[in-house]
Design a protein around this ligand. Structure first.
Ligand SMILES: NC(=O)c1ccc[n+]([C@@H]2O[C@H](COP(=O)([O-])OP(=O)(O)OC[C@H]3O[C@@H](n4cnc5c(N)ncnc54)[C@H](O)[C@@H]3O)[C@@H](O)[C@H]2O)c1
Length: 372
């Protein structure tokens, strides 16, 4: 049996109503929704006009000379090119890499041009190592104001030929590490209301490619990480902390995708990509797709049927990893015994050595661990 009392509006109130939210006032809710919509439209028009103004007159560029930048994967490729460019602008550069030789080379290159560069061997897939190294950097150099999550790996095999530990490695390096580095440096950025977190993702974070299932999935996650983090910072009102997501097409001569079989869109020059990344950082650009016209193709992805996308993508990238390691057996469970995976004797495991400009370092080929 339920008792009945009258509430303030003279409406009957039952015991069974306890815990239920009050009924919304329809007129008020509608008014709020309309006002909110008008506000949203006005603010959006403001942003569009601001963007048109900047497109016509150029985006304002910030000065990076007082920044302390941390570049993960700074021991080669894009990371090295970013380190040299930043140091030329007066930025103090810290690089993290697993490759000691690569670190030494980058530090030498930067220091030979009078720049500041300090290198640390850090395996960013291990969160304890990341937190320890972050403390060390704070003690040795200071608070990082520009974090560039650049280090990346690719397995380059069909999904069922990819051992579990390589799939885990793709996620640990390409996206999980972004959580650890960001958690290590974001609090200070928020406290100072000043900082910038850059995610080096990929176009593979927007479209799927055969033989890159783990890579694409981890890069989709990295794109999501950047977008959700940017919105969260907006919601919390931390206007001084910026985020930028970089999504390049295949880049030549860094070693990662040197043997890719792709067509129609020319392979990018690493130097051009590095210049574009610096520009995006200086202008606080939110998402930089490289080359820019690919944005139009990306938007079409949601318009056309899947069959069209599939036909286009398989023609654009006939083979992402033509010289992939041929698996002898696909073990579902990771194992330390690397003899489970044998390298095809015809496969060149020199990992791009010989193609290198000043960007590549000799990577030790390890059976079953080969990065393209
Ligand atoms: N090369 C391309 O075609 C291409 C295209 C789009 C996006 N990207 C992305 O750009 C970024 C840089 O790529 P790149 O072409 O310069 O590749 P790269 O292989 O030359 O450089 C990657 C660096 O990351 C380091 N690294 C790998 N695992 C690590 C770990 N666990 N801890 C610390 N360092 C680690 C490597 O030692 C290497 O120095 C990557 O995130 C990659 O996914 C590359």
């Amino acid at each position: 049996m339920t008792s009945q009392v009258m509430n303030g509006n003279g409406k009957a109130f039952h015991d069974s109503d306890v815990g239920k939210p009050p009924e919304p006032n329809f007129a008020m809710t509608t008014l709020q929704t309309v006002l909110d919509f008008i506000l949203f439209i006005s603010v959006s028009i403001g942003y569009i006009l601001q963007d048109l103004y900047y497109m016509a007159l150029g985006y304002p560029e910030k000065d990076l000379k007082n920044d302390i930048a941390l570049v993960t994967g700074g021991g080669s490729g894009i990371g090295r090119l970013l380190a040299t460019r930043l140091s030329k602008m007066g930025t103090k550069v810290v690089i993290w890499d697993i490759n000691q030789q690569g670190i030494n080379e980058t530090v030498d290159i930067v220091q030979s041009t009078g720049g500041y560069c300090k290198g640390y061997v850090v395996d960013i897939s291990k969160k304890e190592d990341v937190y320890k190294a972050a403390d060390q950097v704070r003690r040795d150099v200071g608070d990082v104001t520009l974090l560039i999550n650049n280090a990346g790996v690719v397995s380059g095999r069909l999904l069922l030929d990819t051992p579990d530990h390589l799939i885990e490695r793709s996620f640990n390096v390409n996206v999980m590490a972004h959580f650890w580095t960001t958690k290590a440096f974001l609090p200070q950025m928020i406290e100072n209301d000043c900082g910038h977190i850059v995610t080096i993702a990929s176009l593979a974070g927007h479209v799927g490619i055969s033989k890159l299932v783990d890579y694409c999935a981890s890069k989709f996650a990295a794109v999501g990480f950047d977008e959700a983090l940017r919105l969260e910072l907006d919601v919390l009102g931390h206007q001084g902390v910026q985020t930028t997501c970089i999504c390049p097409y295949f880049i030549g001569a860094t070693g990662m995708f040197d043997d890719v079989n792709a067509r129609w869109v020319p392979i990018l020059k690493a130097e051009d990509v590095a210049d574009r990344i610096i520009k995006a950082i200086k202008t606080n650009e939110k998402v930089a797709v490289i080359p820019g016209y690919i944005k139009i193709l990306l938007s079409l992805k949601w318009v056309f049927p899947w069959g069209c996308n599939s036909q286009f993508l398989r023609r654009l990238v006939p083979d992402a990893a033509p010289h992939q390691v041929a698996p002898v057996k696909c073990a579902p469970t990771p194992t330390n015994d690397s003899t489970n995976y044998k390298i095809n004797p015809n496969t060149d495991i020199s990992n791009g050595i010989g193609k290198s400009a000043a960007m590549l370092v000799k990577r030790t080929p390890s059976v079953g661990e080969r990065v393209l």
